[in-house]
Design a protein around this ligand. Structure first.
Ligand SMILES: [Zn+2]
Ligand SMILES: [Zn+2]
Length: 408
């Protein structure tokens, strides 16, 4: 290990120049002024991790925070108990862009905030707080969206279906990473729950009377392992056993597995889903059981908006933060992909730790509460606020983002 890594800090940022420098400086000052409130939120959520669809405390804390700063808050919003929407009308009228600031806050079961969503919640709230301070000079509407269930279940798709993103012109957020990277490519992904049903019997006295549902599940894992040889390099199939039987001396009559399948290509993804169904059917047949596959929580590939990303990049450059290209072999998935299919969106990542720390790990979880993560959370709040301001100040930019989105 060499010396401490130098990381960017709001406190050491040179004065911002260029277009709208006055407002942008005010946005930074507002983040600075609410530093303790923003970071306390990040740490409180980190210390109380809640998995997808169960983020009751985090959603309440986030909703309370934006309400304190003048937002009209709906919580729950739509069908999801842990979804939040806060709206703040611009002082110059609402006949301008509607800019969405998104914040995730779900954790990983058994790990906690191994994806660092506590920093996303806090930076989203921080951006909303900063923008509230200049709302009197906004023509349009600032829309804060607390978006549950990113790790599983694609909460943002429910919010889209419930109309909570209707009328938005852009969707902005920040995600922590081990690598700063404003561009985003995502794998299409879907959750699959498999249930095999057999018949119970004494495992020693009369096992021939049973039909073993665990055999079916083992068979499924084996066939997935063999299938990988024929999959494209960017495809992913991975799963865990949720229920594997209840006792070694009972032939299991019910087993449950949870899987995710992913691909960079939507067409290939469709073929994979069909093939996966066949593997489930074949495993059930081999073990003389019934097999059921339930697909849910689909997330799409990302339609990354370069017009928005260029603004984020320019704002980031003011902090001396340099960008890195997307690594084609390190792709994940996010329901931000679903958002990007309905309106201009970006999913920039900023490093909160040294490169090489794997996501969804204890190391990354600990990094998400480190002093460096705190500084990045504040900077991300400022960058998201700056990018939102660019859009409010220049409706032509919003039009350009839509033109790009529509492929014109
Ligand atoms: Zn994440
Ligand atoms: Zn994650």
């Amino acid at each position: 290990m060499t010396s401490d890594p130098a990381w960017p800090s709001l406190a050491t940022t040179p004065p911002i120049d260029g277009a709208h420098s006055k407002i942008k400086s005010r946005l930074v000052e507002a983040v600075e002024q609410h530093r303790d409130e923003i970071l306390a939120l990040s740490h409180r959520i980190h210390e109380h991790p809640e998995p997808a669809f169960e983020e009751r405390q985090a959603a309440s804390w986030v909703a309370e925070a934006v309400a304190r700063h003048g937002y009209r808050v709906e919580h729950p919003a739509g069908r999801l108990e842990t979804a939040v929407r806060g709206r703040l009308a611009g002082g110059l009228g609402t006949d301008g862009p509607r800019i969405g600031i998104l914040a995730e806050y779900d954790a990983l079961p058994g790990l906690g905030h191994g994806c660092g969503h506590n920093t996303m919640a806090a930076s989203g709230v921080g951006a909303a707080i900063a923008l509230a301070g200049v709302a009197s000079q906004v023509r349009g509407e600032i829309v804060f969206l607390g978006t549950p269930a990113e790790e599983r279940g694609s909460g943002k798709q429910f919010m889209i279906d419930d109309g909570l993103l209707d009328g938005l012109d852009a969707a902005l957020l920040f995600h922590p990473s081990d690598r700063t990277q404003t561009a985003c490519a995502l794998l299409a992904s879907e959750d699959v729950e498999i249930t095999f049903t057999g018949f119970q019997a004494h495992a020693a006295a009369d096992p021939w009377k049973g039909r073993n549902a665990l055999d079916a599940l083992v068979m499924l894992f084996s066939s997935i392992g063999l299938w990988r040889q024929q999959l494209r390099p960017d495809a992913r199939v991975h799963g865990i056993v949720i229920e594997g039987g209840t006792a070694a001396n009972i032939i299991p009559d019910r087993t449950v597995g949870r899987f995710m399948i992913r691909s960079t290509d939507e067409l290939e993804f469709g073929r994979m889903r069909e093939r996966f169904r066949q593997l489930v059917h074949a495993a059930a047949l081999a073990a003389d059981c019934e097999g059921e596959a339930t697909f849910s929580g689909g997330s799409s590939t990302m339609k990354d908006n370069a017009t928005l990303r260029d603004r984020f990049l320019a704002n980031m450059a003011a902090y001396g933060i340099t960008d890195n290209p997307v690594l084609p072999d390190q792709l994940g998935s996010s329901d931000m992909g679903n958002v990007s299919q309905v309106l201009p969106a970006i999913h920039p990542s900023i490093a909160i730790c040294e490169e090489g720390v794997p996501g969804h790990s204890i190391e990354f979880r600990d990094a998400a509460a480190s002093p460096r993560a705190d500084e990045v959370t504040l900077i991300a709040a400022a960058l998201v606020a700056h990018t939102a301001w660019d859009l409010f100040a220049d409706p032509a930019l919003v039009a350009a983002a839509w033109r790009e989105f529509r492929g014109a």
